[in-house]
Design a protein around this ligand. Structure first.
Ligand code: NDP
Length: 601
């Protein structure tokens, strides 16, 4: 490869820039998020719960509780735990699934594993007294831990499972929320806390003919073991005589493809954009290390990781893995800016070179693991590291060396058509018995659509109307016109690579506000208009990545499918100063103790 001004590089930055642009352009689609099909109507069976027995019934509830928490994933569990610790006892979690676990309740596909180190990802390890078995936990262990949190904090007692909120209305006279569900409940709550999850609603690609396939089909977040056989560890014996097609090559597909490949008679992997896949390097927990841990170790470790990946300095890198390596590298370069008096442009150029270097390693790794040159070329990602979610896996790429596995690269266009019998790409029909959608989750659509219910606040104001042109919150927690209502997740808060870290900070903050209200006999609390306006301005002026970076990225949910300025972009709507700075804002605010920015009655 030729070089330009950078003679010591073994790649040509200009050529790479051109290649990245050309690859992105192939994928840009005018429809953006509209290219996907909502899982309603004739597609609603894709979200049926395969993990519960049919026929569950219970009497509708009409009672009154202090706090209703919506969502029984890590966010809801942490909110429940922190509320209990703050002395708020009357808490009810409402959960659509048949148990706690959220993401880990739904995503039970073979090979499901968390890419964030278990010792910082699994919440409340010290409180529960548990040490994960490996550096990177597999899904069953994480689901079991979710249950353990529910048991430990006695959150099962008052929980409503297999229950979906359908509507929520504020009663200004009673100073209560009325919560309606699909089980006929009309319960009342003094406070509501929403932790619906950022990737909770599966999406399907709007490929022509998607409804016409007559074979067996399901989404990865509702894995059908009744059909495939086996379990989360693999051994999918039901597929030995089956031709399987899987659409999608994101983090989910990367983990389940090796297991399908192991048993399926034939596997076609339909690819639109390849993922970047780095080394996994999992290992069992060292018993001597876990015995040596001092109280407070988990929070210190979480913070160490978060500071490092947010641009701060730490004496040592405790987690020391792919995340601290790739993010830390970029951050180190940014840090040299001051020392070397670099202009913003010079620093940007250095970061870009580091990014090119890392992605060249990722592409070289593909060549070293995939025998067939054509397949290897197609599996190489041509975009910057954080255009898409980086993946870590040691078995995915070698799967393509198996004679029963074929990569169908759609050259960025996606599957052309789905027929009764299979999938069409470049005019050729690939007949399959089973079609698996590894096509991810809704991100950029309206908050209330993803939640599955609207919320009516004071004076009949609906949240879908209020947020029609984007989120409006104070610190990500409250929105004016909706008293005693708290949001968790990615609603203008601090974005963390380790998602439960942010959920934990949010839970502590919400528990502080609610217990403060209850202890002082306040009836309602609401963000003031001025505080909300100021926070929205802060979010807008500090967009976490520059518009330019996202604009140049290949489409995906990080950049709102190639339209970063529009919709509810996952990353663009978070606090741009970074999560560490955001957590400090929250801590300082609590320490001041005057609940600045909130109106009370
Ligand atoms: P993604 O949204 O990441 O991937 C969806 C895939 O479907 C993409 O490869 C996409 O291609 C493809 N696709 C969509 N439409 C079409 C089409 N018409 N034709 C062909 N392909 C199509 O979903 P995932 O479930 O893989 O992951 C979602 C997120 O969940 C991850 O980003 C991660 O945050 C989290 N996760 C974490 C894991 C972990 O910790 N290990 C494991 C699994 C998930 P294209 O890229 O071109 O849009």
């Amino acid at each position: 490869m030729g070089t330009t001004a950078n003679d010591d590089l073994d790649f040509d930055p200009d050529a790479l820039r051109d290649k990245y642009r050309a690859e992105r352009d192939k994928r840009l689609r005018d429809e953006g998020n509209e290219q996907y099909v909502e899982v309603t109507g004739k597609f609603s069976h894709f979200v049926d719960d395969p993990y519960v027995e049919p026929g569950f019934e219970r009497e509708p509830l009409t009672d009154d509780v202090d706090v209703v928490v919506i969502g029984g994933g890590f966010g809801g569990l942490l909110a429940g735990a922190r509320l209990r610790e703050a002395g708020v006892e009357d808490v009810r979690i409402i959960e659509k699934g048949g148990d706690f676990g959220g993401t880990w309740y739904w995503n039970r596909y073979p090979g499901a594993q968390c890419d964030i180190e278990s010792y910082i990802y699994l919440p409340l390890l010290e409180e529960i007294g548990y040490i994960p078995k490996e550096k990177y936990s597999f899904a069953p262990e994480i689901l079991a831990h979710s249950r353990a949190i529910g048991e430990h904090y006695n959150l099962y007692e008052n929980a409503c499972f297999q229950t979906e909120v359908t509507d929520m209305r504020w009663d200004d006279e009673a100073l209560r929320w009325e919560v309606f569900t699909n089980r006929g409940d009309t319960m009342k709550a003094r406070f509501v806390c929403m932790s619906n999850g950022p990737l909770n609603r599966p999406k399907l690609p709007g490929i022509p003919g998607v409804e016409s396939f007559k074979g067996h089909t399901f989404h990865t977040s509702r894995w059908d073991y009744g059909y495939t056989g086996g379990d989360a560890n693999g051994s999918l014996t039901g597929l030995t005589d089956k031709r399987v097609g899987i659409i999608g090559t994101g983090a989910t597909a990367v983990q389940c493809v090796p297991h399908i490949a192991e048993t399926a008679k034939q596997l076609y992997v339909f690819q639109r954009t390849p993922s970047s896949i780095d080394v996994r390097g999992n290992k069992p927990t060292d018993a001597a290390w876990s015995k040596s841990l001092e109280p407070g170790w988990q929070h210190r470790r979480m913070q160490n990781f978060n500071v490092l990946v947010s641009g701060g300095l730490q004496d040592e890198d405790l987690v020391n893995d792919g995340w601290t390596d790739i993010i830390g590298n970029l951050v180190t370069i940014m840090r040299t800016r001051k020392a070397e008096n670099l202009t913003v442009e010079e620093m940007g150029a250095r970061v870009e070179l580091a990014d090119f270097t890392k992605m060249e390693q990722i592409r070289t790794r593909v060549d070293s693991l995939v025998d067939d040159n054509k397949a290897a070329d197609a599996l190489k990602p041509w975009y910057r590291q954080f255009c898409k979610r980086p993946c870590f896996h040691d078995d995915y790429l070698p799967s393509f060396n198996q004679s029963n596995v074929e990569l169908i690269d759609t050259q960025g266009r996606g599957v052309e058509r789905i027929t009764e019998k299979g999938l069409v790409v470049d005019g050729r029909e690939y007949e399959v018995d089973c079609l698996i959608f590894a096509t991810g989750f809704e991100v950029g659509t309206a908050y209330t659509r993803r939640a599955g219910y609207d919320i009516t606040g004071r004076d009949g104001l609906e949240l879908s109307d209020k947020w029609a042109n984007g989120l409006r919150t104070f610190h990500g927690f409250q929105t004016t016109g909706f008293p005693n209502c708290f949001f968790m997740g990615v609603t203008q808060g601090g974005f963390t690579a380790n998602f439960p870290h942010m959920l934990n900070e949010q839970s502590l903050h919400i528990a502080y506000m609610i217990s403060h209200m209850m202890n002082n006999n306040y009836h309602s609390l609401e963000a003031s208009q001025e505080a909300e306006d100021a926070w929205v301005d802060t979010i807008k002026s500090m967009g976490i990545f520059s518009q330019k970076f996202l604009q140049e990225c290949t489409p995906g949910y990080y950049n709102n499918e190639g339209q970063p300025g529009q919709g509810n972009s996952l990353i663009g709507s978070q606090y741009g100063g970074g999560s560490e700075a955001f957590f400090k804002i929250l801590r300082d605010w609590r320490e001041e103790g005057c609940l600045e920015g909130l109106n009370f009655s």
